[in-house]
Design a protein around this ligand. Structure first.
Ligand code: NAI
Ligand code: MG
Length: 496
């Protein structure tokens, strides 16, 4: 896999999607930024500019927050029947499905992910999340409470208000659906700041929301950079809640900057998820699952199974299997349907991964495969496999967010529980074994928001997702995902 010339999108190559939306979307209008500034979004396979996008800043965020406030307080959104909100959300999901091929291609182009993954994973999960929450819109209700005395007491579940949503670049379209879904179902209005690396599908989805009939001002999108546009969303006094997905260090800044206005916050952050493979597992399935759980999406997954613990006696066979899969993995132009691995999203991520590969070698891990750049253009990293990794090495402790697997070995269950939990993260984990008792014991003992047993990366809009410890606050998806978007109001009525 050493060097290869990359196939580039050409007139005869895969069809490039049309770029239609590059402006800010505020109060139902497509507008340039107040400053007139733009930024470029690039194709990470060719390093060529795809489009210039309006660069929002504090003044634009302010306009967006005001449009969202108006739509929340007085617009048709607050007076619309909940069931009709759900109908509009389903309509949006239908439009996304109709334009699925184009959206998947746009996502692939902007992010670098293989078109086959965008079609098989991102797109259907996006549609599913919107439909799932559309069904919730008219099923969000309070309780009647038997209080002491002659009083009638009930609760109302009200929308939290205007929500600021700041999303990353690894699953741009899916993150839009995970954020808009519960917010719209609950009756909130939105100011969204997509990641500067990948603004295009979010803008396209805003256009589809407009086409679906979601009223002006309900969804506002302000592309731009984190410390400017993102920070303005966090500080804005007219925004009631922040939902953020991204890096832990950014979350710490957000927590501090959200303090003066005491915003509600939910975080979905990174991880260093242990993937534990016992000798009594189906080794072919476990190796394939571990491979998918780490290399999927170029390793750019918050829940990537990046600490692979293999029981000593099957270690050699496991390494052999993963190395063989790496050897045949097809890297290349992300828009080519045969491509299995595309480029990393940008130079910063590429550099970070190469830095960790260097540290892995320096600290004495054995490089079995990969370790270098692929090709001579674009941000491609070969699928890399480190064996002989020790718990205290940086590549076993820190989030790399790239196609770098660290393999460690373990002796028995007692040994593995403590080591799996010896991390400040707690997003996900997996266990591969045919022993049901052992599987459930580990599911109980491991401190992580999601535990997969004999599978990896199985997502469903109905199943809550989020982190223990420094991997997050609150949960997304499922009924729990709605909670962050509602306030509970208690009403007490004297009777008689
Ligand atoms: P990031 O956390 O800086 O960016 C995520 C989003 O937050 C983007 O929209 C960005 O513009 C915004 N942002 C950045 N600084 C902000 C600020 N001060 N105030 C408000 N918003 C701000 O993540 P980045 O720099 O793209 O990636 C760095 C590392 O973070 C990755 O290598 C990976 O380890 C981790 N990461 C984790 C993700 C996850 O899904 N949990 C997603 C993306 C990155
Ligand atoms: Mg950052």
């Amino acid at each position: 896999m050493a060097t290869a010339t990359l196939p580039r999108p050409t007139a005869t190559g895969p069809k490039l999607p049309e770029i239609r939306q590059t402006q800010l979307f505020i109060g139902g209008q497509w507008v340039p930024s107040q400053s007139g500034k733009t930024f470029e979004t690039i194709n990470p396979a060719t390093e060529e500019v795809i489009a210039s996008v309006a660069e929002g800043d504090a003044v634009d965020v302010d306009l967006a927050a005001k449009a969202a406030r108006k739509a929340f307080e007085s617009g048709p959104w607050s007076t619309m029947d909940a069931r009709d909100r759900g109908r509009l959300m389903n309509k949006l999901a239908d439009l996304i499905e109709e334009e699925g091929d184009e959206l998947a291609a746009l996502e692939s182009l902007d992010n670098g992910k293989p078109i086959r993954d965008a079609k098989a994973a991102d797109l259907p999960l996006t549609i599913d999340a919107l439909r799932y929450y559309a069904g919730y819109a008219d099923k969000i209700h309070g309780q009647t409470i038997p209080v002491r005395g002659n009083y009638f007491c009930y609760t109302r579940k009200e929308p939290v208000g205007v929500v600021g949503q700041i999303i990353p670049w690894n699953f741009p379209m899916l993150m839009v659906a995970w954020k808009w879904g519960p917010a719209l179902a609950a009756g909130c209005t939105i100011v969204m700041k997509p990641a500067e690396q990948t603004p295009l599908t979010c803008l396209r989805m805003a256009r589809l929301a407009q086409k679906a009939g979601i009223p002006d001002g309900v969804i506002n999108v302000v592309p731009g950079y984190g410390p400017t546009a993102g920070a303005a969303v966090v500080k804005h006094p007219g925004i009631d809640k922040i939902a953020f997905t991204g890096e832990g260090l950014t979350a710490q800044i957000i927590m501090r900057e959200a303090a003066p206005t005491l915003k509600r916050i939910t975080f979905e952050l990174g991880g260093k998820s242990p993937n534990i493979i016992y000798a009594d597992s189906d080794l072919d399935a476990a190796a394939a699952g571990a491979h998918f759980g780490l290399y999927f999406n170029q390793g750019q997954c918050c829940c990537a199974g990046s600490r692979v613990y293999v029981e000593e006696k099957i270690h050699d066979k496991f390494i052999e299997k993963v190395a063989a899969m790496n050897k045949t993995r097809k890297l290349g132009n992300q828009l080519d349907p045969a491509t299995e691995q595309g480029p990393q999203v940008d130079k910063a991520q590429y550099d970070k991964i190469m830095k960790y590969i260097g540290i892995g070698k320096e600290q004495g891990a054995t490089m079995v495969s990969g370790g270098s750049r692929y090709g001579d253009k674009g941000f491609f990293v070969q699928p890399t496999l480190f064996d002989g990794v020790k718990d205290d090495m940086a590549i076993a402790r820190e989030e790399i967010f790239g196609p770098v697997m660290s393999v460690l070995t373990f002796k028995d269950t007692d040994d593995i529980v403590a080591r799996a939990n010896n991390t400040s993260f707690g997003l996900a984990a997996a266990v591969w074994t045919k022993d049901v008792g052992k599987a459930h014991y580990l599911a109980k003992k491991i401190k992580a928001g999601t535990v997969w047993i004999n599978c990896y990366d199985v997502f469903d809009a109905a199943a809550p997702f989020g982190g223990f410890k420094m991997s997050g606050m609150g949960r997304e998806l499922g009924e729990e995902g709605l909670r962050a978007y509602t306030e509970t109001k208690t009403v007490t009525v004297a009777m008689g």
